[in-house]
Design a binder for this molecule. Structure first.
Ligand code: GDP
Length: 425
């Protein structure tokens, strides 16, 4: 049962639905349903039938082994997107010998196992499928295109050269060979180390693009936080009320702000309260606001923000429509006045932080880069003292880089990763 099949397009009715097959029986299955196997990579209109009964008129694509997404013999059936059509074709496929439905992410898993994608690319693909904003889409596509693999490939090349130099010294230590390879080894190692550090520093920003920036709206009760959040989100996402202190917990709204993913927090009003439940809300609000990437302090005329603003935070006067014109930025959740300027200010500040992004995007990457960097620091500190030791440090660094691409020691994370894929991917 080595040939798998699944609907690759989203479930539900649609114009077209795509069913994908991969494995040695894919073309045989196409022959069974379509009566022939079209030339690879040429879309052909075929009548699919089962036991003489017509299933659908479909566009059929075949891919030869070594020239498909999974690396295996594969095929795609582009069907009319009716739920009944897809169900009938899937039923017909499961009746064929050697075929079985795919597990979630199984196509991608085969692509990884056959070396068509490295692990970082698989993660990029997972992120691309999840992408909601422009920044997320671009970042995921960069990772999927194999940029991590190319970069690691360059580092590997330099480290392998450094190791070869060390080993040559070990082998010829008793002979009359010039042994002063250290300056070149040091040059190679410090070059790679600098790159590793730079990439590592960018992971934080890349993670923000993946998971979203957090922006907290902070201010006293009734200053208009919930109304502002609703206006920003363009929908009723938080409770607004005349009674002070109704937003007891932290309300979150995810939105796309100028292409960047942002989670907006409407925090409980900052004030001393006798009410125990509300006090907990205020404490939670303070914590979340402290941890946020950016705070928008909503204040009344002449009022100071209840927390000390940090670099990049915004202090804005609320209820601008009430008209007591005083200088400084003002906003009204009710009329929308000043909203555009506020959104521009927030996205400008966040975009500035997003530019530090490198190619690696996950905590797993940061850890692998970190241990590679540590090994190289060891090698550099060890210096020319013992070439055997230096070579060992370099080997450790290479192992960490292999881990980054999923070449070694990653079985445990694979199951997790593929479980996050949908069936048909
Ligand atoms: P929060 O406690 O800070 O979340 O404040 P709310 O958003 O619940 O608003 C408190 C009260 O102020 C409500 O009666 C709102 O209708 C009113 N309000 C909120 N924003 C504005 C605004 O921009 N202009 C005016 N005139 N009233 C507002």
């Amino acid at each position: 049962m080595n040939t798998i099949f699944a609907q690759a397009s989203a479930r539900g009715k649609a114009g077209v639905a795509v069913v994908r097959l991969s494995g040695p029986g894919s073309w045989g299955a196409v022959r069974a349903l379509a009566g022939r196997v079209p030339e690879p990579r040429v879309a052909s209109l075929c009548t699919l039938s089962e036991a003489g009964g017509r299933l659908d008129e479909a566009l059929v694509l075949t891919f030869a082994e070594g020239a498909s997404f999974t690396g295996e013999e594969a095929a795609e059936l582009h069907l009319h997107g009716a739920v009944a059509t897809v169900a009938a074709v899937l039923r017909a496929l499961s009746g064929l010998p050697g075929l079985r439905p795919a597990e979630p992410g199984e196509f991608t898993r085969r692509a990884l196992e056959n070396g068509r994608l490295d692990l970082a690319q698989v993660e990029g693909l997972a992120d691309l499928i999840e992408a909601e904003t422009e920044a997320q889409r671009k970042q995921a596509l960069r990772v999927l295109s194999g940029e991590v693999g190319r970069m690691v490939g360059r580092w590997r090349g330099d480290l392998i050269r450094a190791m070869a130099l060390c080993e040559a010294t070990i082998d010829f230590v008793d002979e009359d060979v010039p042994v002063d390879v250290w300056p070149e080894v040091r040059g190679l190692l410090s070059g790679v180390l600098a790159d590793l550090e730079r990439e590592r520093a960018g992971v934080g920003a890349a993670e923000r693009i993946r998971d979203g920036f957090v922006v907290a709206i902070v201010g006293r009760p009734n200053v208009g936080k919930s109304t502002l959040l609703n206006a920003l989100a363009g929908r009723e996402a938080a409770i607004t009320s005349e009674v002070a202190g109704t937003t007891r917990d932290v309300i979150e709204v995810r939105m796309d702000l100028g292409g960047l993913p942002v989670t907006l927090l409407d925090t409980a009003g900052l004030r001393d309260s006798g009410d125990a439940v509300e006090r907990i809300g205020v404490e939670r609000a303070m914590e979340r606001a402290e941890a946020a990437d950016l705070r928008i302090f909503l204040v009344e005329t002449g009022e100071e923000p209840g927390m000390v603003p940090r670099d990049g935070d915004l202090v804005v006067r609320g209820k601008a429509d009430l008209g007591d014109v005083v200088g400084g930025p003002a906003v009204s959740g009710r009329t929308g006045e000043g909203l555009e300027a506020l959104v521009a200010a927030v996205s400008e500040r966040l975009a500035g932080r997003a530019t530090a992004v490198g190619v690696v995007t996950r905590e797993r990457h940061r850890v692998a880069l970190g241990s590679a960097a540590e090994a190289l620091q060891g090698a550099l500190q060890n210096g020319a003292a013992s070439v055997e030791m230096t070579a060992e440090f370099i080997r450790a660094a290479l192992r960490s880089l292999d881990q980054l691409l999923g070449k070694v020691g990653v079985e445990d994370i694979l199951d997790d990763l593929f479980a996050s894929f949908c069936i048909g991917k």
